[in-house]
Design a protein around this ligand. Structure first.
Ligand code: CO
Length: 260
């Protein structure tokens, strides 16, 4: 039992309800992921679906470094890692790999999830990257049990990714979630060394805590750049990237609240 079981159980109910809306939306969006679809159309559909469930898009208007994100979805294609933006001149093409990332706020509570899929037929290298990244997410989730620590999640993810000679992105991480989209702890996808350890305290995980676990993996080097739009994060070497995310509750076993 945690120190504030009543508070944790109300967070749990709130995040669960946001996650239910998010899961319905993501499952609906998945059906639209075909060649020729305009990314902006998908964004408008996502916003409609979320609002029709009495919820709000969590990313729209979210401020990072004084900049307001303008859309409901982040849509990141091929060498884009995260925070790619919907646009009227961005369309899905056969062979692309596309990450769809979405957050929902309902009754003041948040849920956050992402998945990466191929459009039409993708080559074996791309398919393997998606498989390994999703496996890394599930191995990380397995560690989200009371008494474990943040670095247990990081270790599981990094080990799996690097065993396959892929890289984890260092500049972005998973996070606690609840009454805010991003709460402590930050959950790196690698085991911090040296001064990185200040940025990522190795906190103990508490029963009932909600976490967004989200490995971001590149097929090449780990370095990323940010585009001139101020948002789109892409691989510096142009290699493909994949991103999978679930909102989970720390329990034995862990409870996965989102579905895609
Ligand atoms: Co997130």
């Amino acid at each position: 039992m945690g120190a504030f079981p009543a508070i944790l159980s109300s967070v749990r109910r709130g995040v669960e309800q946001a996650a239910q809306v998010l899961s319905d939306v993501l499952q609906r969006l998945r059906k639209e992921l075909k060649p020729g679809v305009m990314t902006m159309e998908l964004d408008l559909l996502a916003e409609d679906l979320i609002r029709s469930c009495g919820a709000e898009p969590a990313f729209k208007g979210y401020v990072v470094d004084g900049r307001r994100y303008p859309y409901t979805l982040c849509i990141s294609i091929n060498h884009e890692v995260v925070h790619g933006m919907p646009a009227t001149d961005r369309f899905f093409r056969e062979g692309d790999i596309v990450s769809i990332d979405c957050g929902v706020r309902k009754n003041g509570y948040y849920a956050d999830a992402a998945f990466t899929v191929g459009i039409g037929t993708i080559d074996d290298k791309a398919r393997h990257l998606l498989q390994v990244t999703e496996e890394a997410l599930w191995l990380g989730i397995e560690q989200a049990i009371p008494g474990n620590r943040v670095y247990d999640i990081a270790t599981a993810i990094q080990r799996h990714v690097e065993r396959h000679y892929y890289s984890v992105v260092r500049e972005l991480s998973g996070h606690g979630i609840g009454r805010r989209l991003h709460e402590s702890p930050s959950i790196p996808n690698f085991v911090p060394t040296g001064s990185w350890r200040w940025r990522f305290p190795n906190e103990r995980l508490r029963s009932g805590q909600a976490l967004a676990i989200e490995p971001m993996v590149t097929a090449g080097l780990p370095e990323v750049c940010t585009a001139a739009d101020g948002w789109t994060v892409y691989t510096a070497d142009g290699s493909l990237a994949a991103h999978f995310e679930h909102t989970v509750l720390v329990e034995t076993p862990p409870v996965v609240l989102t579905h895609w």
